[in-house]
Design a protein around this ligand. Sequence first.
Ligand code: SF4
Ligand code: SF4
Ligand code: SF4
Length: 283
Amino acid sequence: MQRATRLTTLPILFDTLGLDDLPTDEQAMIARIDACLPQTQCGLCEHPDGCLPYASAIVMDNEPYNKCVPGGQPVTDAIRQILLDDNKVDNDEEPLTAAPSQWPVDPSTHRPTEVRAVIREDECIGCTKCIPACPVDAIVGTGKHMHTIFTDLCTGCELCIAPCPVDCIDLVAIDRQPTPTERVQEQNDLRQRYHTHLNRVAAQLADTRNAKPVISMVEAKLNNAATRTLDISEADAKNTIAAATLRSKIKKLQKQLSVRPNPKKQDELSALQTELAKLTQSQ
Ligand code: SF4
Ligand code: SF4
Ligand code: SF4
């Protein structure tokens, strides 16, 4: 089976998945599943690092294939078909129902209604906290100045809502019916934007020449980045990236738990917080 070439150029933050060491047929299956996923990187599938880790877990860890909340039933069914084709699921097995969304199903797409984030700009205090939360770099603005969202780029992942201290970001339902070709193109663009985002964060964190990096570079310092100057040695960069990943996962889990309690996620959150505390103590 043909190797999915894009798996060879993954961002550094996906290194722990070890995808390049997998047999090519498993890589190809992960790539095919990832190609079905909406690429909002919202983490609602319980994979805070986004769509690709979920695709990997379906193939490698036999995770249920119905956990992509924004993808709804069409994505669940598409993944089932891939698993059937590769004999990972038996035809006799009852098809799974997609995980429920807080948004109603759109009757035309059969997916949860799509939303986009909009900043009430007159209320924005320019704190910049929303910028590093956005996995597709859809928010622009500088410190002390109002921010705005490129609506065309926004996926409605909701990850910018929780960090905003003045609660000035609204979610607005949108009505659209992209063709299958348009959806694939859009998902490819979003995937690329997310990978670019991750690569840039990692590269900038590791670049000690940046005496005062822009806020989007310092996810590791999400809560106090605006008031601090980073001084990260190359030796510390790896730990800093690991801490950034943990903080990102913690933020996403906190956001998910604020919407819907889940004992398993709560345990996961506690474990991540303990891990982060140990990591930051050793820095
Ligand atoms: S869109 Fe969200 S829920 Fe669906 S696979 Fe991607 S990160 Fe997971
Ligand atoms: S602007 Fe907010 S809702 Fe839109 S993609 Fe970025 S983080 Fe997600
Ligand atoms: S987090 Fe809220 S207040 Fe801060 S820059 Fe973003 S939208 Fe403005």
